[in-house]
Design a protein around this ligand. Structure first.
Ligand code: ADP
Ligand code: MG
Ligand code: MG
Length: 886
């Protein structure tokens, strides 16, 4: 199979399906080929496959003879198409060497521009272009980039030399440098290289090319790429493709430019071209935030009140071409595109296109609008929105009526709002966030080295950089709010202070960012609850029409119930009852019960709890009726409720009349070494039936009360936890049924209810056929099932889990995303055996996994009836369930 694919010019690969394969050619390579094939102006080039990268990395960084031969041929393709030869001293072909993985990893891997320049070819380039300044500018850029990416020299050395050169000349901007200034700087750059690596800068253009190809391959395994992959669940064995492409030059004077654009607004989804460009500049200048870029459209420039002309005004012809390309690309890909372009002496060239990263709000608007425009159908729209991204819209936003102490306004680079403490570097941000603090990462500008800190932060503020700067792009991708280019902000890393105008703030002070307006505010600003309306509601309706599984919620307070219903929950999948016992007014009765010497003592304490517990259920049923509510009887080891401090023991002594010493002795007796596998779950109900009797009574009395009062009867589903044998369930089911009969007799009404169990022990899964004889429903408690199947304690896994994920032992944290291979087998088995016994057994999942899209896909495939997720995850689960059924 081919190692190299050409594009542009007369390149053609017949009907070789590999020639269109993004996995093989990377997103960048595949799209360059596709753009060229639909007739867009793309500089010719070739792509080395990701397979070759994987092979190269695995087999010890050596190029095969086949690869060498194929690249020689492919290089000829470029030379023929452009009409210039690589290394030709009178008219040299220059190329870029660009990384490009399956999915975009902005700024994570390396690219080298202007490759093919040396002391001889630079003179040829100057002559042919009739522009000395341009040629020497390109050469110094090349040395700088090559030294950084390929030779591994500190780019700071070169930047410093450039700064000094500008200072010496009294220049402010790079554009003021003349041909001679660049020529002098090149000399200095070469001296730096020779000093630092003990060898001169490579003059052989082929050696340059191989060096760059190797560097791009190697960048797949750079530390920052690894971090990015871990954060984004990208497998380490994909590899990156390498694209070698003829250079086009945006730095050939005032009729040349380079830019980045989106076919629609990636922050809001609005149908308006969006982007930035820089005159007389090359590629990375826009993203790196070296100069403040100009707007693409007149409208955007006017809206921002900027004085430098937009591209629409400054280069109307090239802009017109670009607008045509936008329309073509949107129609072709039927999606919003993120584009890189360069104008060389008035002529437009396309250098990249991909589906643009977008905020959740934009994703919803784009999906709904494009259905209306007839570009895509509803199913595609549903698949377009990342369920997890909805999380951004489900959190509180700034209260428009709250007072705002606005310090400055920057660019609204990524929407959402966040309050947190000022932190000035990525490591500190990560460190503070780990300790539970909300942090706002404040930087002059961000770079790929800041990724971990950006991830840890609630919001990002930069002093420099535009709407397509690194900070903006990454923040939008991560769903962090971001204000970029707030030029009034100056950061002093030595004193750890941040000055905005005449206000000086310290690291640790609280600020608030509004990524929708670009405002930076002092202190914390009040927030309001989100609403699901407009495009969000529309898309959810479509999702609801398509999905098969129901979506319930894990809720244990009436507030949670109200929130979850607002978000579309169709019942409660898990109502834990233990938290109700922790309430300050009740805990002493609970402790009294636990520490009681005998059943009589326990019943006395339980009698105090009954009305309280009945009230809990009444409120929950009122919020949820007539939807089903699965209520789990008491589950945690009793020892979790034990008093600890002297004060707590003293209070308890007063209430119970027992001495403190006596109580302490009882508490010691109850101590367990491994409480998670100890006296908990249904074992409590077996040993102290009066506890479950009280709870069952509270449930049925509450259900009767609500039915009486509102005529709207809830459907309680009483769930017995931690069952491992049929006998346990048989005993407890009888207990619940007896209490139900008693209450119904007292009340003179019968209500529908179910008794079922959690499947959270491997034995329960294995014995599901038998257990189903006693159970009307199974709810997979995948948190415990994961703990007990893997033999890993969720509470203690933190110490080794990240190492396990890093080393690829676990694909993802098994407590976040279900271990489908292992734990999943037990679930499937239990489903099969449970259904074999009882065809209409209700099946659901109530672990944390019920809100995780990958796990939801598994639930769909396994044929569960519903998933249950925490209230704020309900919309995520609704969308994920719809996607899973497509
Ligand atoms: P990244 O993935 O970091 O964006 P790219 O490979 O896209 O890296 O390249 C970095 C910059 O260089 C981009 O702005 C791109 O448009 C520009 N560039 C890449 N190849 C060429 C080329 N052949 N001619 C001109 N500019 C190029
Ligand atoms: Mg790059
Ligand atoms: Mg790019």
């Amino acid at each position: 199979s081919k190692l190299v694919y050409t594009f542009g010019g007369d390149a053609s690969h017949g009907d070789d399906p590999r020639a269109k394969d993004k996995n093989l050619l990377g997103g960048k390579g595949a799209n360059l080929a596709e753009m060229a094939s639909i007739g867009l102006p793309v500089p010719p080039g070739f792509t080395i496959t990701t397979e070759e990268c994987v092979r190269y990395l695995k087999e010890g960084s050596d190029f095969s003879a086949d690869l060498r031969a194929d690249i020689a041929k492919a290089l000829t393709h470029i030379e023929r198409t452009v009409g210039k030869n690589f290394g030709d001293e009178s008219d040299p072909l220059l190329v870029s060497v660009r990384s490009g993985a399956r999915v975009s990893m902005p700024g994570m891997m390396d690219t080298v521009l202007n490759l093919g320049l040396n002391d001889k070819t630079v003179e040829g380039l100057a002559k042919v272009a009739g522009d000395d300044r341009f040629a020497w500018d390109s050469y110094r850029r090349f040395i700088q980039m090559y030294s950084d990416v390929v030779l591994g020299l500190d780019h700071g050395l070169f930047e410093e030399a450039l700064e000094i050169a500008k200072e010496d000349n009294g220049f402010f901007a790079d554009t003021e440098m003349t041909a001679d200034d660049w020529r002098a700087l090149v000399k200095e750059f070469k001296a730096i290289v020779e000093r630092e690596q003990g060898e001169p800068f490579p003059q052989d253009v082929h050696a340059q090319l191989w060096g760059a190809i190797a560097a791009v391959f190697d960048s797949w395994d750079s530390d920052r790429a690894k971090v990015y992959r871990r954060l984004n669940d990208i497998p380490g064995d994909w590899g990156t493709a390498v694209n070698v492409q003829a250079m086009v030059f945006g730095n050939m004077g005032d009729t040349s430019a380079t830019g980045v654009a989106f076919t629609r607004d990636p922050a809001t989804g609005e149908k308006a071209y969006y982007g930035e460009f820089l005159v007389n500049a090359q590629g990375e200048d826009v993203v790196a935030g070296i100069r403040t870029p100009q707007y693409l459209t007149l409208r955007a420039r006017e809206a921002a009140g900027a004085d430098k002309p937009s591209m629409e005004e400054a280069m109307p012809d090239a802009y017109g071409e670009l607008a045509k390309v936008f329309e073509l690309l949107e129609a072709h890909y039927a999606d919003m595109q993120d584009i890189e372009f360069t104008v060389e002496r008035g002529k437009l060239w396309m250098l990249q296109t991909r589906s643009g990263k977008r905020t959740a709000a934009a994703a919803l608007k784009l999906a709904v609008d494009m259905v209306e425009e007839g570009l895509i159908d509803e199913k595609t729209a549903i698949l377009r929105v990342d369920p997890m991204a909805l999380d951004q819209l489900l959190h509180p936003t700034l209260d428009p009526d709250a007072a705002r102490d606005v310090l400055t306004t920057g660019l609204p680079a990524s929407p959402g709002a966040a309050s947190g403490i000022i932190v000035l570097d990525a490591d500190t941000a990560e460190h503070k966030a780990e300790r539970g603090e909300s942090v706002i990462l404040c930087r002059v500008e961000t770079s790929p080295e800041d990724i971990h800190g950006m991830h840890a932060a609630k919001g990002i503020l930069t002093a420099r950089g535009g709407m397509t700067s690194h900070a903006a792009v990454v923040a939008r991708g991560m769903g962090r709010c971001c204000v970029s280019g707030a030029s009034a902000v100056s950061i002093n890393l030595k004193d750890r202070t941040l000055r905005i105008g005449d206000r000086e703030l310290k690291e640790g002070d609280t600020i608030t960012l509004d990524g929708g307006t670009g405002q930076v505010m002092a202190g914390k600003v009040a927030t309001i609850e989100p609403k699901m309306a407009g495009d969000f509601a529309t898309l959810m309706e479509w999702a609801d029409r398509i999905r098969r599984m129901k979506v319930r919620t894990n809720a244990e307070t009436p507030e949670d119930c109200v929130t979850a219903r607002k978000f579309g929950a169709e019942g409660i999948g898990l109502c834990r009852t233990e938290h109700m016992f922790f309430d300050a007014s009740r805990i002493s009765a609970v402790r009294e019960m636990i520490l009681a010497e005998d059943e009589g003592g326990r019943r006395k304490a339980l009698a105090k709890l009954l009305p309280e517990q009945r009230k809990d259920f009444t409120e929950i049923f009122e919020a949820m009726a007539p939807l089903p509510c699965t209520i789990r009887l008491l589950d945690p080891p009793l020892h979790e409720f034990l008093p600890t401090g002297d004060q707590e023991f003293a209070e308890l002594a007063e209430i119970t009349g027992f001495g403190v010493d006596h109580l302490r002795r009882r508490a010691e007796e109850l101590h367990e070494f491994n409480p998670m596998l100890g006296h908990r779950g249904c074992r409590l109900g077996i040993t102290y039936p009066e506890i479950y009797e009280m709870q069952a009574r509270a449930i049925f009395e509450a259900a009767c009360d609500v039915a009486e009062k509102s005529g709207n009867a809830p459907v309680p589903e009483v769930m017995i936890p931690l069952v491992g044998t049929k006998r346990e369930l048989a005993i407890l089911r009888k207990l619940v049924n007896d209490i139900a009969a008693e209450v119904f007799a007292e009340r003179g009404r019968e209500l529908e209810y179910l008794v079922g169990t959690m499947i959270e022990l491997p034995r329960a899964a294995l014995m599901a056929g038998e257990i189903a004889e006693e159970a009307r429903f199974f709810s997979f408690g995948t948190n415990d099932l994961t703990q007990t199947t893997l033999g890993v304690s969720r509470d203690d896994a933190g110490r080794f889990l990240s190492t396990y994920v890093e080393k690829g032992i676990y694909g993802r944290d098994p407590f976040v995303s279900l271990d489908v291979e292992g734990v999943g087998q037990l679930v499937s088995l239990a489903v099969e055996r449970g259904r074999a016994t009882r065809l209409d057994i209700k099946l659901g999942i109530c672990g944390e996994h019920g809100g995780d899209p990958a796990s939801i896909l598994f639930c769909e495939k396994t044929g569960l009836d519903y998933v249950s997720a925490s209230p704020y995850r309900v919309p995520i689960a609704r969308l994920a369930a719809a996607q899973a059924s497509l």
